[in-house]
Design a protein around this ligand. Structure first.
Ligand SMILES: [Zn+2]
Length: 353
């Protein structure tokens, strides 16, 4: 590890002749008489190289006093620092006195997520999370790759047809981001018990499976709630509510609000469950857009920010508009509510069959 001085990435530099105005937030610094060699030194400082020579520059004390420089421990043999250079610049916007961009990157690289369901949206989610430096994944799905997946599941190729999705996905992810830790679990979920241990071993759970309808969402929510893990579920252009473990709404709060509005919702689900399973339409760009929202929410949360879908649902509509609707905690939610009688959950509703 070598210690370096780097120019903070948010620094703006405005030239006028041989005068340079540097801006960082509300700080301004005017440096006059800049020669070519000094400009080169400044570029090196921005890149974080040749600190000794640059340290001798006469304007260094002005930069230090103005807070334009940061000291960073730079593990120079870490190939991911080059890979995530632009992400680091983005993270520099979120720096504070306590954490710098490398701390924030380490937080993302150290985070583990459980992905339940590896269909079309999960393909985009996976690539997005790899691009955002998430370092540890558990993949859970029982399906094999089918030709009909390839209109939206960009993780897979025609050579993968017939292979378990989790294995094909793990191969593709390792090829894209070799230093990522990936655990592939090929299994169908039959209840919350199948998910509890996997949830416990992860920092966050992302539910993207849609079969069996609502049941799988209840199982994901139940397992995450039982293990105290935050979770977000998404399907069909809909994201949330993001459960943050601090009393925000869960997926079954959403279900309960829907049954309040439509008391026969449970019965409709029951009837739907008795019908032969059809194949719904799926358009890749919708999954791509929705996955972007999921990943922004996950990354925001892991960096310590409140997700925008806590107690809300984000929805993408067919006319290319999008928006939020409120989804507060439901006091009679069958999973997280405190009021009695608790509302009937999807699983309990189906058990009435
Ligand atoms: Zn709830």
């Amino acid at each position: 590890m070598t210690e370096m001085l780097r120019l903070r990435a948010r620094t703006r530099m405005i030239w006028s002749g041989d005068t340079l105005l540097m801006q960082l937030g509300t700080h301004n610094l005017r440096l006059s008489g800049f020669a070519e060699a000094q400009v080169a030194a400044l570029h090196e400082l921005r890149a974080g190289s040749s600190p000794d020579r640059v340290r001798e520059s006469p304007w260094m004390s002005a930069l230090l006093d103005g807070g334009f420089l940061e000291t960073v421990a730079h593990p120079s043999d870490d190939p991911d620092l080059a890979r995530f250079d632009r992400l680091l610049n983005y993270l520099s916007e979120l720096e504070s006195a306590e954490v710098n961009r490398f701390d924030l990157l380490a937080r993302l690289r150290g985070s583990s997520v459980l992905l339940v369901g590896l269909g079309g949206m999960a393909s985009w989610v996976t690539y997005n999370l790899l691009c955002c430096a998430i370092g540890r994944f558990t993949l859970l799905d029982g399906d094999v790759v089918e030709a009909s997946n390839l209109n939206r599941s960009i993780l897979y190729t025609e050579q993968d047809i017939g292979r378990p999705k989790v294995l094909a996905a793990a191969d593709r992810m390792r090829a894209f981001a070799p230093r990522t830790e990936i655990r592939a679990v090929q299994a169908y979920v039959t209840g919350p018990d199948d998910l509890r241990d996997l949830a416990r071993e992860s920092d966050l759970v992302i539910g993207m499976a849609d079969q069996p309808p609502w049941l799988i969402k209840e199982w994901v929510a139940a397992a995450a709630l039982a293990t105290g893990r935050p979770f977000v579920q998404a399907s069909g252009g809909r994201v949330g509510p993001f459960h943050t473990t601090s009393g925000t709404a869960c997926t079954i709060c959403d279900w309960t609000h829907q049954t309040d509005r439509q008391p026969r919702y449970g019965e409709l689900l029951r009837r739907q469950g008795m019908l032969p399973r059809g194949n719904s339409g799926a358009l890749s760009p919708v999954g791509a857009i929705t996955s972007g929202v999921v990943c922004l929410e996950v990354v925001r949360y892991l960096l310590g920010m409140e997700p925008t879908t806590a107690n809300r649902i984000w929805e993408f509509r067919g006319d290319l508009s999008s928006g939020y609707s409120d989804c507060p905690p439901h006091p009679r939610c069958g999973l997280c509510g405190n009021d009695e009688p608790r509302s009937v959950t999807p699983a309990a509703s189906l058990a009435q069959r």
